[in-house]
Ligand binder design. Structure first.
Ligand code: SF4
Ligand code: SF4
Length: 190
């Protein structure tokens, strides 16, 4: 009967030849296939020592941005939280006090800003919604952890280092000296 896929193969039930009975040619054929793969380009990465290159459109860990004077850009308008389809962002706004102009660029700032990384789907809508260029998705990724509560990232985890007081850390956070996977693991061990 004709099969639907036309991929049916009839089993060969003819008696084995002498060469088939001694198996050696088949073993040699199998070894040749194995050997052929030794010289092929590896399709895998030796994780965690070797880091996989990111795609040009990779969206990683969120960063809360500062301006060139080191002031926080976020004005706690809440647009990122409204745009977030996963409802991963929460914040509390506060009024800037006299004398805090060097800390916060706008009159209102986020006293608390949290992203639940277990909810986040890294869609980037928060970045697109932000009118102050205050949040962006960097080229670093969220490191693994064992406790769920550690995936709720607060301001200390998200805020970019101050470009005036910590220029090196600032450049690294921009992805110009992206931390390797091995470094991320070292950090986790501490
Ligand atoms: S990347 Fe998408 S899911 Fe994640 S916090 Fe931003 S808007 Fe929400
Ligand atoms: S990150 Fe941008 S959109 Fe979100 S609250 Fe701050 S200023 Fe508004």
């Amino acid at each position: 009967m004709q099969s639907l896929t036309n991929r049916k193969i009839d089993v060969n039930r003819s008696p084995m030849t002498f060469a088939e009975k001694i198996y050696i040619p088949e073993i040699a054929r199998g070894m040749a296939i194995t050997l052929k793969h030794f010289f092929k380009k590896k399709a895998t990465y030796s994780f965690p020592e070797q880091k996989r290159p990111f795609s040009s459109v990779f969206r990683g860990l969120h960063v809360l941005n500062r301006d060139e004077q080191g002031r926080e850009r976020c004005t706690a308008c809440g647009l990122c939280a409204v745009a977030c389809p996963a409802e991963a962002i929460t914040m509390e706004a506060a009024e800037r006090l006299p004398g805090e102009e060097n800390l916060y660029r706008e009159e209102k700032y986020a006293a608390r800003y949290e992203i639940n990384m277990l909810r986040c789907i890294f869609c980037g809508l928060c970045e697109e919604a932000c009118p102050k260029d205050a949040i962006y998705l960097s080229e670093t990724y969220t490191p693994a952890d064992f406790a769920r509560k550690k995936f709720v990232y607060g301001k200390p985890d998200l805020l970019i280092p101050n470009p005036v007081t910590e220029p090196e850390a600032y450049q690294k956070a921009l992805g110009r000296n992206v931390e390797t996977t091995a470094e991320a693991f070292e950090k986790l061990k501490k």
